[in-house]
Design a binder for this molecule. Structure first.
Ligand SMILES: Nc1ncnc2c1ncn2[C@@H]1O[C@H](COP(=O)(O)OP(=O)(O)O)[C@@H](O)[C@H]1O
Ligand SMILES: [Mg+2]
Length: 251
């Protein structure tokens, strides 16, 4: 099966720091890929390069074989590439519901007034769709709260609902379960499984190796801006050099 996302020779430096060194990375539909490695390895930067929030120095990002490297972040989002952020980044002055509504691919900024009027009328298809995503993460009762009124775990769920509102084929989650446990942890796992079962490509950046192990058939290990190894979590754990670089800290 042909990949949904590919990068070819993707490279980026910040000053003297190489955050992406000739990265060839592939995501397939129906699969959850783990992206692991120590802090500062360049994992979030790789997500940013693919999603377009950081421009590449060189190399290409392909969506279904078509180069999207010249597209802006919002154009890539409109092409069906959705993501969450390591530091959550919900819009603080919008309600939880409005945070989800504005993420719809068909949402147009110019229509913001009419969206909110429609919402008050209760007949907006986008509001219904946003409420559907909120109910998937069990946050329907928090729709009219501000994000800061929610726990960190619930904010993470709301940020996942915002990404799901894209209804795209490709989902990047940057540390979805950092600081999360219990029911929220299980909800996140179940929703990620559902997205892959629909045929979508999911990529998880995460330090919680058991979360990666439960969800990912395959993962890649990043270090100093370079993809140094790939395989199952078990394969990576068997590699003594990687164990020293990373896994040793968890044993
Ligand atoms: N916008 C930026 N400007 C300068 N340096 C950055 C920027 N973003 C990330 N970095 C640096 O790039 C390196 C990789 O960061 P990051 O991609 O966040 O790593 P990870 O997500 O693996 O922890 C770090 O040394 C970080 O300080
Ligand atoms: Mg990061």
């Amino acid at each position: 099966m042909s990949p949904i996302i590919e990068t070819r020779h993707l490279s980026k430096k910040f000053g003297g720091i190489v955050v992406a060194n000739d990265i060839d990375f592939t995501l397939h539909g129906g699969k959850v890929m783990g992206l692991v490695g120590p802090n500062g390895a360049g994992k979030s930067s790789l997500v940013n390069l693919i999603c377009g929030t950081v421009p590449a120095d060189s190399g290409e990002v392909l969506l279904h074989g078509r180069a999207i490297t010249g597209l802006t972040a919002y154009q890539r989002a409109r092409s069906g590439i959705a993501r969450t952020w390591q530091n959550i980044r919900l819009f603080p002055s919008l309600t939880v519901l409005d945070n989800i509504v504005v993420a719809a691919r068909e949402y147009s900024g110019e229509r913001i007034g009419s969206i909110f009027r429609e919402r008050r009328g209760g007949d907006s298809a986008l509001v219904d769709a946003a409420m559907h995503q909120l109910s998937r993460v069990n946050l329907q009762d928090y729709a009219h709260h501000l994000p800061t009124e929610l726990s960190i775990g619930r904010q993470k769920l709301a940020s996942l609902a915002r990404a799901l509102m894209n209804e795209g084929e490709c989902l990047f989650l940057d540390e979805p379960v950092a600081g999360v446990e219990g029911r929220v942890y299980e909800t996140l796992k179940e929703l990620i499984r559902q997205e892959a079962a629909k045929g979508n490509a999911v990529c998880i950046v995460e330090h919680n190796i058991s979360f990666i192990e439960d969800l990912c058939d395959h993962c890649v290990f990043m270090f100093n801006g370079t993809l140094v190894s790939e395989g199952t979590v078990a394969d990576l754990k068997r590699d003594t050099q990687l164990t020293e670089l990373y896994f040793g800290r968890h044993e």
